[in-house]
Write a protein that binds this ligand. Structure first.
Ligand code: NAD
Ligand code: MG
Length: 386
């Protein structure tokens, strides 16, 4: 029996890597649903290859009707607008939802999938950061399960699987440090879009690549780890590791430390999120070779280079709607930076201005979270353009 998979954001970096994994695992999984934001051309090719039962496109309904009917062959359903994400995520034939959407847009589908008892293979960390309490509560209430796709969190999960929760003491997540690790703060403030998009070890979507340059990505991951593994913030630490070979260290209560290692590829954490707690044979990833990996180095995070990292950690510690505000401010600032409308240094300044507002301490309803998200976006636009 194959397990049905929905991929939300199938046209992105994680989405296409997921399909690459599934090409080698056809005897275990079948693609039931695919959604994309607006890349109808790529989606059309994916539909022709996989014949999913459900296809959704958020933006571009006309295209869906005209072209996908031709390539879809046979009966399939299609949806448009934001509603298609929830439809795909809760489709009755879907057991696992790979949420590969970037940003806040992925939240409602994650909640719906968990409430419907699905496994969510979560790449969309922004959803968990915005609404960690709601997402974990939805999993409890609906019997759903969140399995991280993020490589650091997958590393942690691989190290702790089979252990009791009380045995876990501390996590050390690794960060590549991004392209600006060796720059001065003065030079960094004026870094260009092209420079920020030159990630040293990972090939990813633009938003997360900029987040890796500011280290906002690592702050999001600290908050993600807090909610996934139930550790207090001081027990979730970060070290800069430019080679991206060690993905995380996990310390247990007896002082022993385990780490998970490998050449950087998202295909391994994606596969593990589909099969956890089992492992299945796969020949996709390049086999590890310690001699080829060479010298591995570790350095502390330099706070003067990554001001947004400390802001994100503080928002996590503050709790309530502060993480949602942090995430929203960052999404707006990164978009403006990518459009060439603000300089690099303005991303952290914008986040700082937004987080200075008083953020409500209750994030227990979706309305609480979405209203904080909307207010933070408005404040961020004002702060960025002033
Ligand atoms: P990407 O930009 O390459 O792809 C984003 C996908 O989301 C696309 O398929 C797009 O159609 C869809 N999308 C965008 N906006 C949407 C909207 N408003 N509604 C519905 N769908 C929308 O991004 P990516 O690099 O694949 O990252 C996806 C997520 O995975 C992010 O949360 C990122 O932080 C996380 N992640 C990525 C990597 C990586 O290696 N790329 C690693 C770890 C975590
Ligand atoms: Mg990561």
């Amino acid at each position: 029996m194959t397990r049905g998979v929905a991929i939300l954001g199938s046209t992105g970096s994680i989405g296409t890597s997921t399909l690459q994994v599934l090409r080698r695992q056809r005897e275990r999984f079948r693609v039931v649903a695919l959604t994309a934001h607006s890349n109808a051309e790529l989606l059309e090719g994916q539909v022709a290859e996989w014949h999913p039962a459900y296809v959704g496109i958020v933006n571009g309904g006309g295209i869906l009707k005209d072209s996908l009917t031709v390539v879809g062959r046979g009966a399939w359903e299609g949806g448009t607008g934001n509603a298609c994400l929830v439809e795909a995520a809760t489709h009755p034939d879907v057991g696992i939802v790979v949420n590969a959407i970037v940003g806040a847009a992925g939240l409602e589908a994650t909640l719906a999938a968990l409430r419907a008892g699905k496994r969510v293979a979560l790449a969309n960390k922004e959803a968990l950061v915005m609404a960690g309490e709601l997402v974990t509560e939805a999993a409890r209430a609906g019997g759903g399960e969140i399995v991280p796709v993020d490589s650091e969190h997958s590393a942690v999960l691989q190290c702790i699987t089979g252990r009791r929760p009380g045995e876990l003491a501390r996590l050390i997540l690794t960060a590549s440090g991004g392209p600006f690790r060796t720059w001065t703060p003065e030079r960094l403030a004026g870094a260009t879009v092209a420079e920020a998009l030159q990630h040293p070890t990972w090939k990813m979507g633009k938003k997360i690549t900029v987040d890796s340059a500011t280290l906002v990505n690592k702050a999001l991951e600290v908050i993600e780890a807090h909610f996934l593994f139930g550790l207090p913030y001081p027990a979730v630490q970060v070290v800069v590791h430019p080679q991206s070979v060690v993905h995380a260290f996990v310390e247990f209560v007896d002082g022993s430390v385990l780490a998970q290692v490998g050449f950087p590829t998202m295909e391994l954490p994606i596969l593990y999120a589909l099969t956890h707690p089992e492992r299945v044979p796969d020949r996709g990833a390049k086999r590890f070779d310690p001699v080829e990996a060479g010298a591995l180095t570790f350095e502390p995070v330099r706070p003067e280079l990554y001001p947004a990292y400390a802001l994100g950690r503080a928002a996590g510690e503050q709790g309530g709607t502060a993480p949602a505000a942090f995430n929203a401010a960052n999404e707006v600032a990164v978009q403006l930076f990518l459009e060439g409308r603000i300089r690099f240094g303005k991303i952290a300044e914008t986040i700082e201005r937004v987080l200075a507002a008083p953020w409500p301490s209750s994030a227990r309803s979706l309305e609480d979270v979405l209203s904080a998200d909307a207010v933070a976006r408005r404040l961020a636009r004002e702060a960025a353009c002033s």
